[in-house]
Design a protein around this ligand. Structure first.
Ligand code: PLP
Length: 389
């Protein structure tokens, strides 16, 4: 921690000039933009000058660069992470009457995408140490109608892909990874996105790799699936104006692709910085009562969120807020307990771990530009909270 302090003096002093030092946001995209401004401005200007805005050269170049980054053969740019999930499932032949297994402790989008295909989501419990799909609960939930599984690499923590893939292969299930929060994470050195039959990424602005609007991608090593997604994203066209299958409009635009190409060049460095900040939080908070995030063995976490747990979560949140420290809860109500879904599915089985973590989790500020001074302040206030209560 001490060694890093010197390195961060520069960023801390920039923050003191440009931001309100009393407030620590959960994420600061303005700081990120300032750090890459010349590159970004020229990438945006390049697209505007060219005057081509949908599925052009920038999208093709980004698709190649992103596929290479993920270690897969194909990436197909689409309009959002939710669409990427839906299109991957549709390309894999999932539809009405099928069951798709995933977790309830996820962004609602994961479950909404299953519903949009006409399939039935089956929600199972998590391994609370890593907040990801419990492989044994997954196996127990397999029925004669199960066709696919969506492991979610939540908060940037890779799911247990080795066991999940083994169980899925044994039961002939399609695997679509939800990588919306995990760009660059890996298991045994192999990036997430390269494990399943297909994977869905979101480029929502707050993600580790975020556009300046909505965006997403499907990645795969399977040329037939890639071709199907390409067709589905644009009216079922194989050639222009000729629909050969049922399709929709879900395209990545040139501006977002140009923006993502710039940011992709910085992603590894930004993920390293997130891990560095996570290590600092750990060192400072180890002697508190908080449950701290764990990285599974042989895995690289990318800390999209730094999530701690405590039974007095709500009090701690208010305490920090009063002292200018912003936090969030990802997510306060599990999908199976949300009004629409609880009415729809009833109780899908015991999801005790999911329900328990939702009541106790808290996401602390986490972004590559977070300074050591800010982490010191956050951790000091947390220590103070536990001393006082
Ligand atoms: C785990 C997860 N899956 C899917 C999505 C959907 O992505 P998008 O918002 O780009 O549709 C998100 C985004 O919030 C997410 O966090």
């Amino acid at each position: 921690m001490k060694g890093l302090r010197g390195l961060w003096i520069f960023t801390a002093s920039i923050a003191s000039i440009t931001g309100n030092m009393n407030e620590i946001p959960i994420l600061d995209l303005k700081k990120q933009y300032e750090s890459i401004r010349p590159e970004m401005d020229s990438a945006i200007a390049k697209v505007l000058k060219k005057g081509s805005f949908i599925l052009g050269e920038e999208v093709s170049a980004f698709e190649q660069e992103f596929a290479a980054y993920c270690g897969v053969s194909y990436a197909i740019g689409v309009a959002s992470g939710t669409d990427a999930l839906q299109l991957a499932l549709l390309a894999g032949g999932i539809g009405t009457g099928d069951e798709v297994i995933t977790t309830s402790h996820t962004a609602t989008a994961t479950v909404a995408a299953i519903e949009m295909t006409g399939a039935h989501p089956v929600l199972v419990d998590i391994d609370p140490a890593h907040y990801t799909l419990d492989p044994l609960k997954f196996v127990q939930a397999i029925s004669t109608r199960t066709r696919a599984v969506i492991p979610v690499h939540l908060y940037g923590c890779p799911a247990e892909m080795e066991s999940i893939m083994e169980f899925a292969r044994r039961n002939n299930l399609l695997v679509v990874e939800d990588c919306a929060q995990a760009h660059g994470a890996s298991v045994h050195g192999k990036k997430v996105g390269g494990w399943g039959d297909m994977a869905a990424f979101s480029f929502y602005p707050t993600k580790n790799l975020g556009a300046y609007g909505d965006g997403g991608a499907v990645v795969t090593n399977d040329s037939a699936l890639a071709e199907k997604v390409r067709c589905l994203r644009q009216y079922g066209w194989k050639e222009r104006y000729i629909s050969s299958i049922k399709g929709m409009n879900s395209r990545l635009d040139e501006l977002q692709a140009g923006i993502l190409r710039v940011k992709l060049r910085h992603l590894d460095e930004w993920n390293d910085r997130r891990r560095e900040r996570a290590r600092c939080y750990r060192d400072f908070l180890l002697d508190t009562e908080l449950v701290l995030p764990e990285t599974p063995p042989n895995s690289e976490h990318v800390f999209h969120q730094f999530v701690v747990r405590h039974s007095r979560r709500d009090e701690l949140r208010v305490y920090l807020k009063k002292r200018g420290i912003h936090t969030l809860v990802h997510y306060p109500v599990p999908v199976h307990l949300q009004p629409f879904y609880s009415d729809r599915f009833g109780k899908p089985g015991p999801l005790d771990k999911t329900e328990n973590v939702c009541e106790t989790i808290l996401s602390l500020p986490m972004f590559p530009e977070l300074t050591s001074t800010e982490i010191d302040r956050i951790c000091d206030r947390i220590h103070e909270f536990f001393r006082k209560v």
